[in-house]
Design a protein around this ligand. Structure first.
Ligand code: NAD
Ligand code: UDX
Length: 477
């Protein structure tokens, strides 16, 4: 089979960027990204794409309506394609068995059923969504049970490792491409076909092939390892604050060991994003199902430590503001779960805002890329408040940092956007109530300069006295 047409089911943070890059690098392949959402597809076909991702606009502009198409006509795209990516969402289940932990596979299942209904020729079906181990087997089962006489399917696992904010670079220069498949002749052929697509720009030696289950588990394992590093350094940030060690210095000293490496050792207010928590909860659930309670408890602790870190930071703000924030207006800098994305899924900013709102604070929120409506939806969600009207009155959302600080008692920095480092903090100080506080949840600001202006500064993983003054010269930036 020669791949000339690819269909991707799911035009989200993974399907959109991944297929844009495939279209860019494989000009002879026609790539169609389909979705149930009419709004999402019309945004992909407009000048304002539905997601913010550095470099994505350029890639889409180069390929759209040439060999890259966004469409709601799911059936035609499936029918025409030789290779189909399933790239739909797999959120944590919110009801029934496994609620709060297991991955909800209903979107994967509905995509598989749609393929079974429509397909009239052989298809390679590629599981790109992150799924529990043995999910490919379920997809095969659905396709097999609905098989038309002469249609044959091969199922591959090809998990995606891109991170938001760096997705285009991650896709163009992937550390590895992982393809899992059946150890049969037709399985090997399918692996070769998908591998050929990636070889348009990824060196062959970086394309790793495994059995299907290893591939599925490796995706959960990679996210669990990354999140575990963050929880490890965050746990030590609490020790630093209690002792006088500086977590930045500790991370540097530890990371210089080539066996450990320096990446993913940034202490923070906690990790967010749509993947880490969901995938670790899923891993924990799988381990419990396999009767491996010790393994489940081990990975659960990564999540528990993250919750602890988010709460610890929120409590520190209240404690420093004389144990009451009631009716105090506080500025929130950054709402996205990390810089260079407008995504707010599981963002630690929600925990911080929720805690402050529950204590009676009023919030001025500014994020360079998150839509105002998204912030409102997140903070009035039933999991955050049972009084959405109260929240609507207690928050104001701004289009720039300088307006957001007027008459506020403190700035709480939740996202590490570059622009926050270079703001005119002298001008900001003059607009704020005194004493003026800054809580730097990402350790990115110039703390000594801020103190010289008059701010009381608190951060993560560094011991400061109650008014936010540094203890010794050794801890100053
Ligand atoms: P997303 O919510 O942004 O996009 C999923 C899209 O699928 C939505 O637009 C939804 O409307 C569509 N969809 C759902 N069911 C459909 C169906 N039956 N037919 C057509 N469209 C359908 O999700 P995402 O962030 O792109 O994640 C997709 C998968 O990739 C998840 O399994 C996730 O865990 C995994 N993943 C995500 C990232 C990331 O950074 N976001 C990275 C790696 C892997
Ligand atoms: C993650 C994985 O990195 C990616 O490989 C996978 O495909 C999807 O999940 P993503 O969630 O988009 O990607 O972003 P990532 O850069 O991993 O950051 C996740 C969270 O951890 C963010 O809130 C980030 O601020 C935080 N983080 C990251 C830290 O707190 N410290 C660090 O050192 C690194």
């Amino acid at each position: 089979m020669v791949i000339t047409k690819i269909c991707c089911i799911g035009a989200g943070y993974v399907g959109g960027p991944t297929c844009s890059v495939i279209a860019l690098k494989c000009p002879n392949i026609r790539v169609t990204v389909v979705d149930l959402s009419v709004e999402r597809i019309s945004q992909w076909n407009s000048d304002k794409l539905p997601i913010y991702e550095p470099g994505l606009d350029d890639v889409v502009k180069k390929c759209r309506n040439i060999n890259l198409f966004f469409s709601n006509d799911i059936e035609t795209a499936i029918d025409e394609a030789e290779l189909i990516f399933i790239s739909v969402n797999t959120p944590t289940k919110t009801f029934g068995n496994g609620r709060g932990r297991a991955a909800d596979l209903k979107y994967v299942e509905s995509a598989a059923r749609m393929i079974a209904k429509v397909a009239r020729s052989n298809k390679i079906v590629v599981e790109k969504s992150t799924v529990p181990v043995r999910a490919a087997e379920s997809i095969m089962h659905i396709l097999g049970a609905n098989q038309k006489m002469d249609v044959k399917y091969e199922i591959l696992s090809n998990p995606e490792f891109l991170a938001e904010g760096t997705a285009i670079d991650d896709l163009l220069n992937a550390d590895r491409i992982l393809i899992g498949g059946e150890c049969t002749e037709t399985g090997s052929n399918a692996i070769e076909e998908l591998s050929w697509v990636y070889q348009h720009w990824i060196p062959k030696e970086r394309i790793l092939t495994t059995n299907t289950w290893s591939s599925e588990l490796s995706k959960l394992a990679a996210n669990a390892f990354l999140a575990q590093r963050i929880s490890s350094i965050n746990s030590l940030s609490a020790v630093c604050e209690a002792t006088g060690a500086d977590v930045t210095e500790v991370a540097k000293a530890v990371g210089l060991d080539s066996r450990i490496g320096s990446k993913f050792l940034q202490a923070s207010i906690g990790f967010g994003g749509s993947c880490f928590q969901k995938d670790i909860l899923n891993l924990v659930y799988i381990c419990e199902g396999l009767n491996l309670p010790e393994v489940a408890a081990y990975w659960q602790q990564v999540i528990d430590m993250n919750e602890y870190q988010k709460m610890r930071f929120s409590q520190k703000i209240i404690e420093c503001l004389f144990n009451t924030v009631s009716d105090k207006r506080i500025t929130i800098f950054g709402f996205a779960f990390k810089k260079n994305t407008g995504d707010t899924r599981e963002t630690p900013a929600i925990t911080v805002c929720k805690t402050l709102l529950e204590e009676g604070a009023k919030l001025n929120i500014y994020d360079p890329k998150v839509d105002h409506q998204q912030i409102l939806e997140d903070l009035t969600h039933p999991s955050v408040t049972d009084s959405p009207e109260y929240v609507r009155k207690a928050i104001d959302i701004f289009d720039n940092a300088y307006d957001a600080v007027k008459d506020t008692y403190a700035i709480v920095l939740c996202t590490e956007w570059d622009e926050f480092v270079e703001l005119d903090y002298r001008a900001i100080y003059s607009k704020m109530m005194k004493p003026a506080y800054i809580f730097d949840g990402r350790k990115i600001l110039k703390h000594k300069e801020l103190q010289e202006i008059g701010f009381h500064v608190q951060t993560i993983g560094r011991k400061l006295n109650r008014t936010g003054l540094l203890r010794s010269w050794a801890t100053q930036q």
